[in-house]
Write a protein that binds this ligand. Structure first.
Ligand code: ADP
Ligand code: MG
Length: 606
């Protein structure tokens, strides 16, 4: 039998390898833009025709290349950016594999014009399918102009595989935006079919974001800025009002390189839990700066993925930083010790991690911290009391009252039967009793729905209720959830039902029971269509709003204390299910400012 193995010619080997790096016009755009950045350019223009299928051209004013380098640049594994294995662990440039130009040249017609700044003449080189067809001196501005024509002209399978112009252009714009966001100090412009679609003057990050996403985004940005040891995070997160239905506008950059990392996204998203309607995502542009030796970006040729030596630590850091930022801008109230504690913890962990390196333990991607009630204990000098079931309305106030003691000075006070005032370490806190109780019940009902452990109170006399056919069919549909939440309702034929029991928090009888159920069905329809809540969320929300203690109801000290304890044991104590603030804090610092001495009248006018 004859030998059958032979080496592939270079041109085919290159084409195969190119498939890994260059999948579509947008991948070529990314590589070319990154080369221009690595070349130290301060001005970069991208020109595409027919969504990059006919032409992708990048014009920069970077360092340019010598005659020899211009030729070398198209050789596989030719790079000026690393020269030893050690360099791989301290990468600060975008490129380093020396593959991009070789790959592009394998599947397109490429013209490169380039000139070093101190040379009078530049060089123009032309390649087709990896082969140099010509090279000659030429007049050209200092810097580089690279034109990629007819991408995949020699790989019909790939060319046919490309999507519509509109779809390919969207990919290109996405790459362009990522690069432009990461480098606000560089001028960028972009043309498609001779129309300028971006013109981004150099500026700071906020200016760059608002020119990329529209000036309306400006007021919706909340700055993030945190440093813990060698990790730094900065950038912006969007206020909840800026949330979108798409997952598109989330940008993470690690050492200025755009990365996709769902684990990190989660660290941001979790701070928005409950602040956003379901299926919408917060906007963010965040930069993490970290010692390059503690990450691995060489996971994938397109370098979109990043591995952290200690992923869990970075997760905690991102989460705490975003929480702090949102709290600081009163998007969600937060208490500073909470923040400081998390960041201090991270710093401590980091030091520990440094001493234990290399750490073999990696965080599991599903890692999810549970809110730690210990934080809230610190908030209250009195500490958390034993958790008693909070049953309202209740008239046992006299029996429940504590005798006067040294604790009396830190007892909560009710104001106009609506708000509860309570002392905390850093000042005082004002709680909206109704909003707070709604939140408590909401989480309780959600727990019941998820664990199937309702607290039902059986009625001595079951009650029969009748509904319209419409409502009856809806009730039948959600009956098992309604019962899981604490009702005990049975079908009784002909649009009738028998109520055997109610959730333990609800003490109403007769007519009111039917009204409550009608109200729940009504809320349910609204929640589902208008707010697009899930069936369970909707039920929990509706019932919590119906069952919560109302403004105007006098509370005993014990009831208030229980309410406070239970509120701060909630996973998201800040907002009611209807998204009202449940409490507001007043710090000494703010109070002292308000009470500071006034300026003498004379000084004010000078
Ligand atoms: P890499 O960026 O990984 O080094 P590339 O194939 O993208 O590999 O580029 C090869 C080399 O060509 C680069 O290392 C750089 O020296 C040179 N080069 C590419 N584009 C430019 C440019 N726009 N300006 C100056 N030099 C460039
Ligand atoms: Mg490159």
């Amino acid at each position: 039998m004859p030998d059958v193995i032979h080496l592939l010619p270079d041109s085919i080997a290159n084409q195969i390898a190119a498939g890994e790096v260059i999948q579509r016009p947008a991948s070529a755009v990314k590589e070319l833009l990154e080369n221009s950045i690595d070349a130290g350019s301060t001005s970069i223009t991208l020109v595409v025709k027919d969504a990059g299928k006919t032409l992708i051209q990048v014009i920069d004013n970077g360092c340019g290349m010598s005659e020899t380098d211009a030729r070398m640049a198209f050789e596989r594994h030719a790079t000026s950016k690393i020269s030893s294995v050690d360099d791989l662990f301290s990468i600060r440039t975008k490129g380093f594999r020396g593959e991009a130009l070789a790959s592009i040249a394998a599947v397109a017609q490429v013209e490169l014009k380039t000139r070093l700044h101190d040379e009078p003449l530049g060089t123009c080189i032309y390649l087709e399918g990896s082969e140099v067809r010509s090279q000659e001196p030429c007049q050209t501005p200092a810097g580089t102009i690279i034109s990629v024509k007819n991408l995949f002209y020699n790989v019909p399978a790939r060319r046919n595989f490309l999507r519509s112009d509109a779809a390919e252009l969207r990919h290109i714009i996405e790459e362009f935006q990522r690069v432009a966001l990461a480098h606000p100090n560089i001028f960028f412009s972009m043309y498609n079919n001779e129309v300028e679609i971006f013109h981004l003057k150099p500026g700071n990050l906020r200016q760059r974001i608002t020119t990329v996403f529209g000036s309306a985004s400006n007021e919706k940005l909340v700055p993030v800025n945190e440093q813990a040891g060698v990790v730094k995070i900065y950038g912006f997160v969007g206020k909840p009002a800026f949330a979108r239905k798409t997952r598109g506008e989330q940008y993470f950059f690690v050492n200025n390189r755009y990365v996709r990392n769902n684990y990190l996204n989660h660290a941001v998203f979790i701070n928005y839990a409950d602040l956003l309607p379901p299926n919408s995502y917060p906007f963010f542009v965040l930069f993490i700066d970290i010692d390059p030796s503690s990450i691995d970006i060489n996971v994938h040729p397109a370098k979109l993925e990043v591995k952290f030596e200690d992923e869990k630590l970075v997760y905690g850091f991102v989460r705490a930083a975003v929480r702090h930022a949102l709290a600081k801008f009163s998007v969600t109230p937060e208490l500073d010790f909470d923040q400081e504690q998390s960041l201090n913890q991270i710093q401590a962990q980091q030091q520990q991690a440094m001493t234990n390196r290399p750490s073999s333990e990696r965080a599991s991607p599903g890692f999810l911290e549970k809110r730690d009630t210990a934080n809230w204990e610190k908030l209250y000098e009195i500490g958390l009391k034993t958790q008693t079931e909070f049953t309202l309305p209740s008239d046992l106030s006299v029996e429940g009252e504590d005798p006067a003691s040294e604790e009396s000075s830190i007892r909560p006070i009710q104001i106009h039967c609506r708000y509860i005032l309570s002392q905390i370490k850093s000042g005082f806190i004002v709680i909206d009793q109704q909003a707070a109780h709604e939140r408590i019940l909401y989480e309780k009902y959600l727990r019941a729905l998820n664990s199937h452990a309702p607290g039902t109170q059986r009625q001595l006399f079951p009650r029969t209720v009748h509904f319209s056919p419409d409502d009856a069919s809806l009730l039948r549909q959600i009956l098992s959830d309604v019962n899981t939440i604490g009702f005990d309702i049975q079908e009784f034929g002909q649009d009738s039902f028998i109520i055997h029991g109610l959730p333990a928090d609800i003490q109403i009888d007769g007519e009111e029971q039917q009204a409550l159920l009608e109200q729940i069905l009504e809320d349910y329809k609204n929640n589902l269509t208008v707010l697009r809540l899930s069936p369970r969320e909707s039920l929990a929300r509706s019932l919590s709003q119906r069952a919560a203690v109302k403004a105007g109801k006098a509370l005993t000290v014990r009831e208030m204390q229980t309410l406070i304890d239970q509120l701060f044991a909630c996973e998201q104590p800040y907002l009611s299910p209807g998204r009202k603030n449940t409490f507001i804090t007043f710090d000494f610092e703010e109070l002292d400012k308000l009470f500071s001495p006034r300026q003498p009248a004379g000084k004010l006018t000078s």
